[in-house]
Design a protein around this ligand. Structure first.
Ligand code: CP
Length: 327
């Protein structure tokens, strides 16, 4: 029986089966094709969604807003500092009220130990789908766009050597949600994933255990190392990106001694030369240029960051079309 998508929350891809994720990808590819050929896609005519942002965003906000307009609907951008949330209004009351005004609620809340619980609380009380625009633990919109991009660039994801590598950055203390999403998702598609990071930047133990389980069930693998050069060696795809030391140190401070000791964790031309000759460089963006990555790499021939960012539009539209649509 075809799974039911209408009303399904999109909080983590762990709650979506592989056939359901495949359906999201199929719809994303179709919507991309139609967008590039100026074919109208009025699948959510007159439908509305509320986009609640506790933090800044470029890709996520604009892919959702323009995506819903392109589907025939309208998205309302909500800066939560201007909502009654800032006076303490509960997730329940906010979810119930916004549900009665529209057809979907989406939120970005990355506060450590709070964000995912906030989304789950909204989902418990909303009677429309709740979509995660990034929380402290997951970024499923990004993970889906990453998977779509990898599928576009490679013949098969089976045994593809993908390295998720911590990188130095000073711009802000970035959430762990991108590497957590990737490390859980990619092994489900048979990829051989290497996770590399310096001491102090661990992901939660349950993530590693679940990622290994996902790998075992789907013919992929997960290797964890503290050797960044080993992670670049022969990789087909490298994803060097910063994340904060939230698991070991929940302080909001951006720069500390552990961070500065790891300035050498940078994606350089030299390290890219260790990888497969057809390696692709990916990054969810925004990148901390010249800290996380040399400009010559991110602007170079192996970089697919703009295609990756572009696919955020098509995947966001697929998530909305399936969960807010009529079937
Ligand atoms: N990758 C990503 O989520 O970008 P924004 O923070 O700009 O939305």
């Amino acid at each position: 029986m075809e799974p039911i998508y209408k009303g399904k929350d999109f909080i983590t891809l762990e709650d979506w089966s592989k056939p359901q994720i495949d359906k999201l990808l199929e719809v994303s590819k179709d919507l991309k094709n139609k967008f590039l050929n100026n074919v109208p896609t009025p699948f959510l005519t007159h439908k509305t969604a509320f986009l609640m942002f506790f933090e800044q965003s470029t890709r996520t906000r604009n892919s959702m807003e323009s995506g819903l307009a392109q589907l025939g609907g309208h998205a309302t951008f909500l800066d939560t500092s201007t909502m009654q949330i800032s006076h303490g209004e509960s997730a329940k009351d906010t979810a119930v009220i916004l549900s009665s005004y529209g057809h979907g609620i989406a939120a970005r809340n990355c506060f450590w130990g709070i964000g995912n619980r906030y989304l789950r609380s909204m989902a418990e009380h909303a009677n429309v789908p709740v979509m995660n625009l990034q929380c402290d633990l997951y970024h499923p919109m990004q993970g889906l766009a990453d998977l779509m991009t990898i599928q576009e660039k490679t013949k098969t994801t089976k045994k593809l050597k993908v390295s998720i590598i911590w990188a130095y950055a000073e711009s802000h203390k970035k959430p762990i949600s991108v590497p957590v999403t990737q490390v859980l998702l990619f092994p489900r598609y048979g990829m051989d994933v290497t996770l590399a990071y310096p001491e102090g930047y661990d992901l939660p133990e349950w993530v590693i255990e679940k990622a290994k389980e996902n790998a075992e069930e789907n013919g992929g693998s997960l290797t964890v190392t503290h050797d960044q050069d080993a992670a670049y060696k022969d990789a087909d795809i490298v994803i060097p990106k910063n994340w904060g030391s939230w698991v070991n140190n929940p302080s909001d401070d951006v720069v500390d001694d552990v961070l500065t000791a790891n300035r050498s964790w940078k994606c350089s031309e030299e390290r890219m030369n260790l990888a497969s000759k057809n390696v692709y460089y990916m990054h969810a963006l925004p990148a901390d240029r010249e800290n996380e990555v040399e400009n010559t790499v991110i602007d170079g021939a192996r970089s697919i960051v703009y295609q990756e960012a572009e696919n955020r539009l098509h995947t966001a539209k697929a998530v909305m079309a399936l969960t807010m649509g009529d079937k």
